[in-house]
Design a protein around this ligand. Sequence first.
Ligand code: PGA
Length: 250
Amino acid sequence: MRHKIIAGNWKMHKNAEQTEDLLNDLIDKLPPDVQVEIIVAPTFVNLASAVDHLEFTNIDVAAQNMHQAESGAFTGEISAEMLKSIGVNTVILGHSERRAYFHENDALLASKVNSALEHELRVIFCFGEELKDRQAKQHFSIVENQLHDGLFHLDAKDWGNIVLAYEPVWAIGTGETATPEQAQEMHAFIRETIRSKYGSDVAEGVTILYGGSVKPDNAKEIFSKPDVDGGLIGGAALNAADFAAIVSAV
Ligand code: PGA
């Protein structure tokens, strides 16, 4: 069901010891009684220790990616079932860095989503336009196509395990944030697009996060928008004080 989420995507940062240190720092600094779900996504090698470390806290652990197959000759890959087996219940799919550097397209992502849902993993599905798309005023159609090709094969009941993360590529890691108005405009469009396919219950029930250079000083304004249900945080998630400030801004 729709609720507030702040998720930290650690990308390829933090070795084993640094992961423990950052988790301890987060446990120290995160506000205790917040009405927001808090998620961190460390690297694959540190997921199991993070799950153990956070067992008695209100912080959940997500993976940053997974392979779509059950198992097999896919050197270097990790399956949904493997994630479940170490206590991970959420996976980020479709991040723009996966799309850009590892050539993940919507058809592949659709099969990853299917595999995740079959294993009862919740999916944080990322999508968003590039700068050239926005300059060409194609951003709405690009986003609509990403939703259509990545997720619209699902049944309405599957949407209980889907969280969306709208991340305009031009705002990721660049220090350039979408204005709160741009974020709201796109989030409202996304909800409307879902409504026209699945109806109001699904559209109102889905949590839509914003991602792209969210920092302590711009978080509050972005999160104040009615269709923005929280954030997927990159750079600022690597600093416990900044991440805690962003959690407090929801
Ligand atoms: P950023 O990254 O906050 O560093 O822009 C966001 C993301 O990649 O999810």
